[in-house]
Design a protein around this ligand. Structure first.
Ligand code: ZN
Length: 425
């Protein structure tokens, strides 16, 4: 089956089979190669690189790549569209202590266990203020993506990654995490040729449900009922959380509940997750999401109002307009642009900015309104929240959220990690 990803290139998979990995670790230890223990942030991206979520990237970016991303929105080849730097940072002190030099092969460990091999081809510095301005359009550290950029340590290592030790994905995420290759196998089993991606970090209210339904109707209007050829892929971004975000468990299980309870036919709906720390880069992140979902095998990608934005840093439709600036044919996925969905008391239904003529009467699905509904815990009308979805939010709050559907300090400290890396044996 065809495994062509972003940039028209074969999906990268840099994962050693267990026997080969055990042998390599022995060799590396015998050769006394240097070791670095990575933090969660890096471990997440190492998995994304190794399984091809970031194809055609084979490792962490070199300086040439980062500069091309910032200046031209491409990789160093000048052709492949890429909008967010993927970098490995280290402090000068740690670098010196480790004795690591350019062209060294380094054994990376995570939580003390062998994890990956890092072939270092570049050691460099970056002007993080310049990176922030070029990627996020601001240098304010109130912007969470900028803050992350400023928190990077002062040196960066570029080079290829090879995974030695596959992750154990913990419950309830196990059945939702699929690698790009597995994802494509699943689409094949389902007989899907057209796949619309819905990016989410929310539990779905009916506004989201209709966003997906609208995209489905738009993209698949000509599809014969007896021969479904496509479906909606919900792909939740699971990664670093901020207090007040929905807890990851509620996001994924509530998304799934929409299919389980028939709001979407089972044969046109699939819920999955991908490990990624949101950067909230608005338009630049929209482009990144398009590349990522191309690698997952999607043919279409929905972009809603203020896609991947934060605060008032981006115009709500900047993430639509940026696609017009890309050279034709540089992305292998079709964007579907969504305007606003709202509840209209006159139409008496969930409706669309492009349809409803009662704009002044609309009731928006504002984050504040939805949040207060959930915090009250009183089941809202089914036009706002499907009762099964609402029940699942409450269940997740109890089971995973220490009593809260939103991220708290307690959750950040005590939640079970999404994945673990065990001993290699
Ligand atoms: Zn109306």
């Amino acid at each position: 089956m065809e495994m062509i990803g972003h940039g028209g290139k074969e999906i990268i998979e840099r994962v050693l089979a267990k026997d080969a990995a055990l042998k390599r670790v022995e060799e590396l230890k015998a050769a006394k190669v240097k070791t670095l223990d990575v933090r969660l942030q890096m471990a997440t991206e190492i998995l994304d690189i190794a399984y091809g979520f970031f194809s055609p990237l084979e490792g962490f970016m070199t300086k040439a790549d980062v500069e091309a991303v910032c200046n031209n929105m491409t990789l160093a080849d000048g052709k492949t569209v890429w909008s967010i730097p993927i970098v490995y940072d280290i402090s000068s002190a740690d670098l010196e202590k480790s004795g690591i030099k350019q062209y060294d092969e380094v054994l990376l460990t995570y939580t003390g266990n062998p994890f990956a091999i890092f072939d270092i081809t570049d050691i460099f510095t970056l002007d993080t203020k310049e990176v922030a301005m070029k990627v996020y359009g601001t240098t304010e550290d109130k912007h969470p993506g900028v803050k992350r950029t400023y928190q990077y340590q002062d040196k960066f290592l570029g080079g290829k990654i090879t995974l030695l030790n596959p992750p154990k994905i913990n419950e309830p995420f196990t059945r939702f995490w699929l690698t790009p290759k597995q994802m494509r196998e699943r689409f094949k089993e389902k007989g899907w040729e057209m796949i619309i991606n819905h990016q989410t970090r929310n539990v779905p209210h009916t506004g989201h449900e209709w966003l997906m339904k609208g995209a489905y109707l738009g993209a698949y209007g000509s599809m014969m009922v007896d021969k479904p050829r496509g479906g909606i892929l919900v792909n939740a971004m699971i990664g670093s959380k901020r207090p007040g975000d929905y807890i990851d468990e509620a996001i994924i299980l509530c998304q799934e509940a929409q299919g389980k309870h028939g709001y979407f036919r089972d044969d046109i709906f699939l819920t999955t997750c991908t490990l990624w720390d949101m950067r909230y880069a608005g338009p630049k992140e929209a482009i990144f999401h398009a590349c990522l979902r191309t690698n997952l095998g999607c043919t279409h990608h929905m972009f809603g109002r203020d896609h991947a934005g934060v605060g008032t840093y981006y115009d709500p439709y900047d993430a639509h307009r940026i696609f017009e600036r890309l050279p034709k044919g540089s992305l292998n996925i079709t964007p579907i642009f969504n305007l606003d969905w709202w509840f209209c008391p006159v139409c008496d239904e969930v409706t669309y900015m492009g349809l409803c003529g009662h704009k002044d009467k609309k009731a928006s699905f504002s984050g504040t309104l939805i949040r207060s509904i959930i915090q009250d815990g009183v089941k809202p009308p089914r036009r706002i929240f499907r009762p099964e979805v609402f029940d699942m939010i409450m269940e997740c709050a109890e089971k995973y959220g220490f009593g809260d559907a939103f991220v708290t300090e307690d959750y950040l400290k005590n939640r079970q990690p999404v994945f673990t890396i065990g001993p290699l044996k």
